[in-house]
Design a protein around this ligand. Structure first.
Ligand SMILES: Nc1ncnc2c1ncn2[C@@H]1O[C@H](COP(=O)(O)OP(=O)(O)O)[C@@H](O)[C@H]1O
Ligand SMILES: [Mg+2]
Length: 411
């Protein structure tokens, strides 16, 4: 996982001293306090408009705090809530957990009697405990499986050093495979000038990413949904690229950050198709992605470029453990072996996709090969890739894919 501080929204309940709370906040690079609001009513108003990963509610015994926690959890179930409780632990603690708090740290009512040195040491100890609680709450959400799958959304940025290597093909095939297995998947076509995800999936023209970016007002899941087009056979959603290259500049990185935040809270997989090269938009996407899927081709020039791409990711501090390497058009007859790839690129490929004569036609017809010829070796390779990103892919796909394909089952 790429490193990012926990953006923490601090809401301070009735009777709790804001100054005291700020002294207890961890001053660590792992935490970014995005807001510290001295009243719950005011917190409620600002909470929706503030990008945060976690909510820290500071409270004494107060019904208002319990209602606040309950409402915040209902409003965004994927965001963990930690309570900082001032007072001696009593029945009230249980009520906070019932309302949906993930963790709780207690602080003694008053440290005023202590000497400055002792007070500072105790504050630091509490700050440590708070930091640990925040990290635990985040980690639990990220690793929790099951019902509320949006808590562990994977965002996969598909990269390739140049045009024509198969980025769009891979994006579409991966997205359709995961969606057909019942996963909630959205593709963002970030090839802002020449995006062709819509064409490759046979989608009718619809609303586009630049329209969403320039629509004004705040962005939430409902609004984003309104701009997505559905690939009916699989259920995958797509945010289409601008129809005109000159509209690309409307899509700025601040918008993208907000967009990804919204999409990762309502989809299980957010898959980003990109133009060649490390544009600012691509870099922003990599930064917030959980995974990068690098596409290369099996010739020495492409492999050299792929190596450069991987080195650039390294320089950006992106964890290599979250990078997968797909080699497209990987036919044995080109005379480069897996070992050669390892030697040139510095790592072995994760998935090899062979050339298939029907792929250009399937792209032109807008029916991905994973649907039109699921038994082909190329389709198998893309399913193998889907299984890399979803350990349950095989078991989920059994039967379901076919039903969905032919019966247009609505999930
Ligand atoms: N494995 C393959 N076998 C056959 N044709 C392929 C294969 N991969 C890509 N192509 C062809 O190359 C074209 C370019 O691929 P695309 O995914 O659009 O590349 P990119 O998005 O990297 O520019 C596709 O439209 C398709 O016709
Ligand atoms: Mg493309």
């Amino acid at each position: 996982m790429n490193y990012r501080p926990i953006r923490t929204f601090v809401a301070v309940g009735p009777g709790v001293d804001v100054k005291r709370i700020s002294a207890l906040m961890p001053h660590a690079p792992e935490v970014d306090v995005v807001a510290l609001v001295p009243s719950l009513a005011e917190s409620w108003q600002t909470l929706q408009a503030t990008q945060s990963d976690l909510l820290l509610v500071c409270t004494q015994d107060s019904e208002e705090s319990v209602s606040f926690v309950r409402a915040a959890v209902a409003e965004r179930p994927g965001r963990p809530v930690v309570a900082l409780f001032e007072g001696s632990p009593n029945w009230f603690v249980g009520r906070l957990f019932e309302a949906g708090a993930d963790d709780l740290v207690t602080i003694p009512t008053d440290l005023a009697g202590d000497s400055a040195v002792v007070r500072s040491a105790r504050e630091q100890a509490v700050a440590h405990e708070v930091l640990f609680a925040l990290q635990k709450a985040m980690a639990r959400r990220q690793t929790a499986g099951g019902a509320n799958a949006t808590d562990h959304a994977r965002m996969i940025t598909v990269l390739g050093p140049k045009g024509g290597v198969g980025k769009t093909l891979t994006t579409a095939s991966l997205a359709v495979s995961l969606a057909a297995s019942g996963r909630r998947v959205v593709i963002v076509d970030l090839d802002l000038q020449f995006g062709d995800v819509g064409l490759s999936l046979g989608l009718a023209p619809g609303k586009t990413i630049d329209q969403l970016a320039s629509s004004g007002g705040s962005l939430d899941a409902d609004k984003a949904e309104d701009y997505l087009v559905t690939h009916e056979p699989s259920g995958a959603k797509v945010l289409l690229a601008p129809t005109r290259p000159d509209h690309a500049s409307l899509v700025v990185v601040e918008f993208l950050r907000e967009l990804y935040e919204v999409l990762t809270s309502s989809f299980e997989y957010v898959i980003i198709d990109t133009p060649p090269g490390f544009t600012p938009e691509v870099i922003t996407s990599i930064d917030v992605s959980t995974d990068v899927c690098m596409i290369g081709m099996l010739d020495s020039l492409s492999l050299k470029n792929t190596k450069l791409g991987l080195e650039t990711l390294d320089l950006m501090g992106y964890d290599p453990a979250n990078v997968r390497l797909v080699l497209n058009r990987a036919d044995s007859r080109v005379g480069i072996t897996r070992d050669d790839v390892h030697a040139i690129v510095g790592r072995p490929p994760d998935v090899l996709v062979p050339s298939h004569r029907d792929i250009p036609r399937s792209v032109n017809q807008g029916v991905p090969l994973v649907l039109s010829d699921p038994k082909s070796e190329a389709a198998r390779s893309f399913r193998q890739l889907a299984a890399v990103y979803d350990p349950e892919f095989e078991s989920r796909s059994k039967g379901r894919g076919r039903r969905r394909l032919f019966g247009r089952e609505k999930i």
